[in-house]
Design a protein around this ligand. Structure first.
Ligand code: ATP
Length: 233
């Protein structure tokens, strides 16, 4: 099966600092890949390079056979790549529904609209007229994911879903992932929480200082091996 996303030989710099070193990664349609790693491993850099909000120094980002590394972010959205950024970036002056509709600007056709997002996240449905400034962290995360889905992505990039949220809320958000995949959206999730990553993903890829140190099917990796790779032991 050809990959939906193929990343090859990817180098990304922040000024003089090289954050990714010849990174290779692929995600097949319908699978969920978790990219894990400690602070500074390069996870956010990877997602931003795939989404087009960071330039790449070398290498390729290919969506369903089409090179996209030269395209600006909005054109990648039009081709089916959507990012839920770290920190969620909800617009505080807009209400929930308006925040969601921002994601529908130039949306592709597909299964995601207000009704299906509300069905996915009832907690968002209950808050649809509430201002973005008055949402809990979990509500913001659900709105941020819903906003990305409104563009009807083929590939949804999720950055640090669990960051700063109570475990019960994280569980609610992660419970939605299989339903997102069922509707035909492939998911690449970046996570620091090993248990969440191993629990949600078909495959796991662990980064350390911008390089892959371990990868494999989630069910085949031992917790000890993953922990050792994560900490670079
Ligand atoms: P975190 O979980 O802390 O977000 P991460 O795995 O997502 O970590 P990145 O944020 O991609 O890691 O950072 C990779 C490296 O690039 C780190 O050394 C980081 O300090 C550096 N870096 C990231 N963003 C910038 C930036 N805007 N300017 C300079 N250096 C940066």
């Amino acid at each position: 099966m050809s990959a939906l996303l193929e990343v090859a030989g990817l180098d990304v710099h922040h000024g003089d600092l090289q954050a990714l070193h010849g990174l290779e990664l692929s995600v097949s349609a319908g699978e969920t890949l978790a990219v894990i790693g400690a602070n500074g491993a390069g996870k956010t850099t990877l997602l931003r390079a795939v989404a087009g909000s960071l330039p790449v120094s070398a290498g390729r980002v290919v969506l369903d056979g089409e090179p996209v590394e030269h395209l600006p972010a909005h054109q990648r959205v039009a081709l089916g790549i959507a990012l839920t950024p770290e920190g969620r970036r909800i617009f505080p002056s807009l209400d929930v529904e308006e925040n969601l509709l921002v994601g529908a600007y130039r949306a592709r056709r597909g299964p995601w609209d207000l009704a299906s997002v509300y069905d996915l996240f009832p907690l968002v449905s209950d808050r649809r007229a509430r201002s973005g400034a008055h949402l809990s962290g979990g509500e913001q995360q659900a709105v941020a994911i819903g906003r990305a889905l409104m563009s009807n992505p083929r590939l949804l990039l999720l950055d640090e879903v669990s960051l700063g949220l109570a475990p019960v809320v994280v569980g609610e958000i992660y419970a939605a992932l299989p339903r997102i995949v069922e509707r035909g959206t492939t998911v690449l999730v970046v996570e620091q929480d090993l248990d969440q990553a191993l629990g949600c993903a078909d495959r796991v890829q662990c980064l350390l200082e911008g390089r892959t140190v371990l990868e494999g099917p989630a069910g085949s990796l031992s917790r000890d091996d993953v922990t050792a790779a994560y900490f670079g032991i």
